[in-house]
Write a protein that binds this ligand. Structure first.
Ligand SMILES: Nc1ncnc2c1ncn2[C@@H]1O[C@H](COP(=O)(O)OP(=O)(O)OP(=O)(O)O)[C@@H](O)[C@H]1O
Ligand SMILES: [Mg+2]
Length: 241
């Protein structure tokens, strides 16, 4: 809705991988806005560019052309270091393949960014343990990623992403490896963060359970936005835009 603050915007974003015969046009001109409090879900067939788009919005990867703005800062004008500072302060990532650091245990993985932010140890402990309890991870603090199931690793990855209370959480296929009960509880936790803290979420998924929670659905096809629609709670009706 127009009264919401704009967190991020994309203008004609193009992303190519490779060149010549192996050129892949992953994104072919994406323009979109992310507003504070969004709980949006991106869908589309494998290879349509969902992960690429999330990486670009989060400043993990650069555009080939076009612009990404986050809190009015144009990523094109920022150094890699400045970009990584924005990520550390404001953006949480949950990756398709978890990306936990193998040399850190579950607790250390979850507290890592808080440590980089300079949060005191006692405060870190309080925040991480509170989330671990809410997410059914208590008792697993000392386990290394290789000693955790896929679903447990995914929960640690989610705890790591939200423990810093970022403005924006980018979540790539986060329910792919968890059972439906766990998926439901993770989504409820994120919906609560969305409601209470106005944390903004952008998911990519194929999972109907995630789609059920969406306030906005974005359909991606072949690197472009095919359609966008807002859910009933947002508009009073299911409206196409
Ligand atoms: N690092 C890379 N180098 C070359 N091509 C890439 C790279 N990453 C992605 N691609 C290509 O870009 C296109 C978009 O990939 P992307 O991973 O964004 O799709 P996706 O929608 O996330 O798919 P999935 O649902 O399978 O996760 C695909 O054709 C993919 O092969
Ligand atoms: Mg993907």
């Amino acid at each position: 809705m127009s009264s919401k603050r704009e967190i991020a915007s994309l203008h004609k974003v193009v992303k190519n991988y490779g060149e010549g015969k192996v050129l892949t046009k992953a994104l072919r001109g994406i323009s979109m806005k992310i507003l504070e409090g969004d709980f949006s879900v991106m869908m589309g067939p494998s290879g349509c560019g969902k992960s690429t788009l999330l990486n670009i919005i989060g400043g993990l990867d650069r555009t080939t052309s076009g612009e990404v703005k986050f809190n009015d800062e144009n990523f094109n004008t920022l150094s890699n270091k400045a970009l990584s500072l924005i990520r550390r302060q404001h953006i949480g990532f949950v990756f398709q393949n978890y990306n936990l650091l193998p040399v850190l245990n579950a607790y250390e993985n979850a507290e890592y960014v808080l440590m980089l932010q300079g949060v005191a140890p006692a405060k870190r402990r309080e925040k991480v343990m509170h989330l671990f309890q809410e997410m059914g991870l208590d008792g697993l603090e000392n386990r290394y990623p290789r000693e955790l199931s896929g679903g447990q690793q995914q929960r640690v990855a989610i705890a790591r992403a939200v423990v810093t209370e970022p403005q924006l959480v980018l979540a790539d296929e986060i329910t792919a490896n968890v059972d439906s009960e766990t998926a439901q509880s993770l989504l409820e936790l994120m919906a609560t963060l969305n409601k209470n803290n106005s944390t903004t979420f952008l998911f990519s998924t194929h999972d109907p359970a995630v789609i059920k929670f969406a306030k906005k659905i974005i359909i991606l096809k072949d690197g472009i936005i095919h359609s966008e629609k807002a859910s009933i709670e947002e508009t009073g009706q299911f409206a196409h835009r």
